[in-house]
Each structure stands twice: as structure tokens, then as C-alpha cells.
Ligand binder design. Structure first.
Ligand code: PEP
Ligand code: MG
Length: 589
């Protein structure tokens, strides 16, 4: 064996896409996806006792993790939710399953993770095919436990990211929005992934959680090892392993500069987002979970412009009840009062899945059975949410909007179901606000083009540019391979936004933007020039956008719109936006 060379300590840099600003320094924790199995391997007769011992240890570790998780859930949510894990405990103690694994191990002589995944997978498949909702649930339990056991067999510790107990920089091939929702924000200093994009929900969450993050780092998860020391630069999209003293000094200086800018921005908390010539633009924040509300209050936002309620459905084995949802919406509405919270109805699908719903796999999930399409068919699930929102509407300033609207028919159908819920509540004598504003998200080009027709059915529009861009230019928002084609300043995007604003205003509707464009200070002159009334972005970005709005004047923004009216290149339009931004707030760029 050769002695370790100095090169193992040399600084190495990996370049990707910075999706959440900030600098993190710490020890790497490598997270591998639960379904990554090593290649099957023939094991010798003499290895069998070792394989059995590994299997038994993994079952014991899994049992201990489930008990610990159960205890945590019982303390944080309640005994009823924690009892869901009783079924998981039964799986790790199931003698028939365990005996079959041991028999197959002796017979087939393959590594135990393969034998176990085959046996457990077969059990789950058989149960999943039975036409009985209870047994189908048990199939999901087996899958869940199976992932945990394999994880332990592979020596990766608990798969529950939320249970890590020391500070670390998380490195993974990919993180799903459900993984990200589990992160313990006080221990995850930053995260780095091989794949990903700026507008994935994982990146959006990183910004909400204020966790510096870099994605699109190709094979960083293969190159790094657990325990490596890294510096992660979320501003410039760089991960540096074994940073040299010189690098650490340079980053120290950068941090001092950034902290100064942050301190200046924090002073704006109590001020208004009004341009120098007196145009007030409502500046609100996007949240994913009720806990995010503290950050919103600190940011100086005027309420919540987008509450992505589907995050409440992720990482659960059962659908949230009407009461659970009511409590969450109430908490947010109360915290932001007198400002409003705009609750977006369930937007599951795309890159956000709830395992308990067992949704069929689709070839194009972003174009598939998601959001309002799903809700209009699963009226039971939709009504539970609508009733909870209506009940919360009397306890604060609550507005509601439907995601993924493609045309008038969907809004009418959704409104009919909403009316049924109002009727039910009236009959039950439950209070709600009959005047609650109901809006449509405009994030599909068909909705933007028919905004004049949609305007007759709703009280406001909120433009979801993240999806609008991906659908209008046909660029998958998650695919870093084509991320250079995902251009917010494409002339078609500007025209679509203009159509929506004009149709909204012609019908006395206010129009907001709640996609990531709203948080980009370079694009603020463009959106103001287009006449949007509200900008809603992650809480961490609110102070920057406020500073930008306060430095701008509407005349300059309108002039920008004139200057680009016949410009055909997205890059040139972006450059012109940058020119205006640099002239008004160079410190933010
Ligand atoms: C959008 O599409 O712009 C939006 C705000 O919704 P989401 O990012 O959750 O799809
Ligand atoms: Mg969207």
C-alpha cells in the first residue's frame, strides 16, 4: 500500500451552479439515494455467517431508528401520527420475511442486500396488487422499511436526513424536495449536488432555508468522501476541497464584505418598497412550510405571496387532515396579519410527490397529472384543503389561488367545488370569509394567452414564471444540460407577461409575479416597467429586491421596456436590464 501523498491534501475546485447565496465551511456528509444498490456479488460459504450477522445488525439498527423517529414525531406532531410507525416495526419483526431471506441467502449465495431487496420487493409487489386500500398501504410500509434496512446494510447510517446530529456540508447526487424538507437547518451548513437547476424546488427551498447551495457539480458525490473538509461558495457556484490558507483568507474577506451589505439591507426592514417616483410595489415572500414564517417576518415582507402548501403533504405516510391543514393555515394567517397570505392549493406532481398517494409514474411528470388536474379528479382531497382554507379565512387576511390553470374551464370547475365547500360550511354553521379573494396562477402559456377570458373568473393573477418559462420555451426546468436555454428574458416571455398584466388591469385585477424572476434584482426594472403590482420571492431575497425597488424610478423602467420592444435577443435584453440595474444599485450586483 502506498503512503498517502500530499496531493490528497491539495486544494481541488468543483464548478457548478450557485443556487443559494452564502459561504459554508465544514465536513462532508455524503447522502446516497435509498434505492442505490451495489452490484450483486456471489458470496462464499464461509461468508454466509458474516452476511447473516450484517443482516441482523441492520434489522436491529432499523428498529432503533424507527423507534427514535416515532418518539420524535410523537413529541412534535402527536401520538396519532406516530402510531403510523407501528406498521413499520411489524415489518422488521416479520419472521416469515426474515426466514425467507435467510433461506435464500443459503441457497443463492448472493450479498444479503440483494437477497433482502428481492424478497421484500416481492412481498410489497404482491400486497400492492391486491385491490384493498389497507393492504396497499402495507406495501408502502414494506418499501419504506426496505429502504431503511438496505441503507443500514450499506453502512450509511439512518436514511432520515433530519436525524443527523452534527454540523455538516451535505453532498449528494441529487436531493428531492422531500429530502430538502427534512433537512435540519441548524446542522446543514450547505449542500452540493451532482445534478439540479436554479428553479428546481430543491434550490427554491435552499433559498428559503437560507442554506448556501451549489448544484450541477457533475460527479462531485463520487469525488468526495465522508469527512472531507470543504468550502462551499453559493454565490459563485464553487465547492473547494481542502481550501488553502490563501483561499480561506480570500473567502474571509468576501464574507466580511457580504456581511456589511446584509447589515445595510437589514436596516430596510421597516421601510416601504416604493420607487423614487412614488410607485408602491407590494413585496411579499414565498414559503414552503409554516415554520418559514419567522424568516418572512424578519425580512420585512408584506405578507406571503405564495404559500406552497404541497410541502405539507410530503414526508408523510397519511394525507393531512382538514384540522391539520386548518391549524397550519391559521398559524401563517395570524402571523402575517394585517398583511395577506396567498394560499396556493395543492400543486403535487412535477418534482413533488407524496409516496402515500402512490401516483402512477409518468413519462413527463411536469406535463402530467398534477396540481389542479389532480385536484379536480381527487375531489375528496381537494375539498379537505378548500374547507381548511375557508375556515382559516376568517382568522386573517387570506387569499387563495389555483396552480397550473390552463384555461377557463378548470377555474370554473374549481370554483364550483369551492362553492360546494362554502355551502357545506354554511350548513354546518362554520364561519368563513365569503369575500375571500380567489386567483389563478398564470404559469401555462395557454392561460397567459387567454388571460382576458380568465380575468372574468378570478380576483387576481399571480404569474408563475418558473413554469411559464419552461412551458413557453419547452425547456425542462430541472435539466442542467439545457439550463442555458432557460431564459427569463426571451422576448416571448416578456410578451406573455405583458399580455397577462394588460388583461388583468383591463379587468381591474391586480397582477403579481411569484416565480423566481421576482427575486432577481437584475430583472426588477423589467417587471416594474411591465406594470406588475406585486413581487413575491423567497424571504432571504426580499431585502435585496426592496433595495432595488427603492432605487428605481418607474420612468427608467418604462424606458427600458421601450428600448427592448423590438429586441429579438434574450442576451441583449438581459444586458439592457443589467445596465439599468447597475446604474441604480451597483452594490447589489
Ligand atoms: C412557478 O411556477 O413560477 C411557481 C411559483 O410555482 P412553483 O415554482 O412551485 O412551480
Ligand atoms: Mg409552478
Amino acid at each position: 500500500m502506498s503512503a498517502p501523498t500530499d496531493s490528497s491534501r491539495q486544494e481541488r475546485r468543483f464548478h457548478g451552479i450557485g443556487v443559494s447565496p452564502g459561504i459554508a465551511r465544514g465536513t462532508v456528509f455524503l447522502h446516497r439515494a435509498d434505492d442505490e444498490l451495489p452490484a450483486p456479488r456471489v458470496v462464499g460459504e464461509d461468508e454466509i455467517p458474516g452476511e447473516i450477522a450484517r443482516f441482523e445488525a441492520a434489522l436491529l439498527a432499523t428498529r432503533a431508528q424507527i423507534l427514535e423517529l416515532q418518539e420524535r414525531i410523537e413529541q412534535s406532531i402527536g401520538a396519532k401520527d406516530a402510531s403510523i410507525f407501528d406498521a413499520h416495526l411489524l415489518v422488521v419483526e416479520d419472521r416469515t420475511l426474515i426466514d425467507e431471506v435467510l433461506r435464500m441467502l443459503q441457497r443463492d449465495r448472493r450479498n444479503v442486500e440483494h437477497v433482502f431487496s428481492e424478497v421484500a420487493g416481492r412481498y410489497a409487489k404482491t400486497l400492492g396488487e391486491i385491490d384493498d386500500p389497507y393492504l396497499r398501504e402495507r406495501a408502502l410500509d414494506i418499501h419504506d422499511v426496505m429502504r431503511r434496512v438496505i441503507h443500514n446494510l450499506l453502512g450509511k447510517g439512518g436514511r432520515d436526513l433530519g436525524s443527523l446530529d452534527s454540523e455538516h456540508v451535505l453532498v449528494a447526487h441529487n436531493l428531492t424536495p422531500s429530502d430538502t424538507a427534512q433537512l435540519n437547518r441548524s446542522l446543514v451548513l450547505g449542500f452540493a449536488t451532482d445534478i439540479g437547476s436554479k428553479v428546481s424546488h430543491t434550490a427554491i427551498m435552499a433559498r428559503s432555508l437560507n442554506i448556501p447551495a451549489v448544484v450541477g457539480l457533475h460527479d462531485v458525490s463520487e469525488q468526495l468522501s465522508r469527512g472531507d473538509q470543504v468550502l462551499l461558495d453559493g454565490y459563485n457556484g464553487v465547492v473547494i476541497v481542502n481550501p488553502s490558507d490563501q483561499t480561506l483568507w480570500e473567502y474571509g474577506q468576501l464574507e466580511i464584505k457580504k456581511t456589511e451589505v446584509e447589515e445595510q439591507l437589514n436596516k430596510l426592514r421597516e421601510t416601504q418598497s416604493t420607487t423614487v417616483d412614488g410607485r408602491h410595489v407590494i413585496l411579499s415572500a414565498n414559503i414552503e412550510l409554516p415554520e418559514d414564517i419567522e424568516q418572512v417576518q424578519l425580512s420585512g415582507a408584506e405578507g406571503v405571496g405564495l404559500y406552497r402548501t404541497e410541502f405539507f403533504y410530503l414526508n408523510r405516510t397519511e394525507l393531512p387532515s382538514e384540522e391539520d391543514q386548518f391549524q397550519a393555515y391559521h398559524k401563517v394567517a395570524e402571523a402575517v396579519r394585517p398583511h395577506s397570505v396567498i394560499i396556493r392549493t395543492l400543486d403535487l406532481g412535477g418534482d413533488k410527490f407524496m409516496s402515500a398517494l402512490n401516483l402512477p409514474e409518468e413519462l413527463n411528470p411536469f406535463l402530467g397529472w398534477r396540481a389542479i388536474r389532480f385536484c379536480l379528479e381527487r375531489v375528496d382531497i381537494f375539498k379537505t384543503q378548500l374547507r381548511a382554507i375557508l375556515r382559516a379565512s376568517v382568522l386573517g387576511n387570506v387569499r387563495m389561488m389555483y396552480p397550473m390553470i390552463s384555461g377557463v374551464d378548470e377555474v370554473r370547475r374549481a370554483n364550483r367545488i369551492l362553492e360546494e365547500c362554502r355551502e357545506e360550511l354554511r350548513r354546518e354553521g362554520v364561519a368563513f370569509d365569503p369575500e375571500m379573494e380567489v386567483g389563478a396562477m398564470v404559469e401555462i402559456p395557454s392561460a397567459a394567452v387567454s388571460a382576458d377570458l380568465l380575468a372574468r373568473e378570478v380576483d387576481f393573477f399571480s404569474i408563475g414564471t418558473n413554469d411559464l418559462i419552461q412551458y413557453a420555451i419547452a425547456v425542462d426546468r430541472l435539466n442542467e444540460r439545457i439550463s442555458h436555454l432557460y431564459e427569463a428574458t426571451h422576448p416571448a416571455i416578456i410578451r406573455l407577461i405583458r399580455m397577462v398584466v394588460e388583461a388583468g388591469h383591463a379587468n381591474n385585477l391586480w397582477v403579481g409575479v411569484c416565480g423566481e424572476m421576482a427575486g432577481d434584482v437584475v430583472l426588477a426594472p423589467l417587471l416594474l416597467g411591465l406594470g406588475v403590482d406585486e413581487l413575491s420571492t423567497g424571504a432571504a431575497l426580499v431585502p435585496r429586491v426592496k433595495r432595488a425597488v427603492q432605487a428605481l424610478d418607474l420612468a427608467a423602467c418604462r424606458q427600458l421596456l421601450e428600448d427592448i420592444r423590438y429586441e429579438d435577443s434574450a442576451a441583449n435584453i438581459l444586458r439592457k436590464c443589467e445596465d439599468v440595474a447597475r446604474a441604480h444599485y451597483p452594490d447589489l450586483l
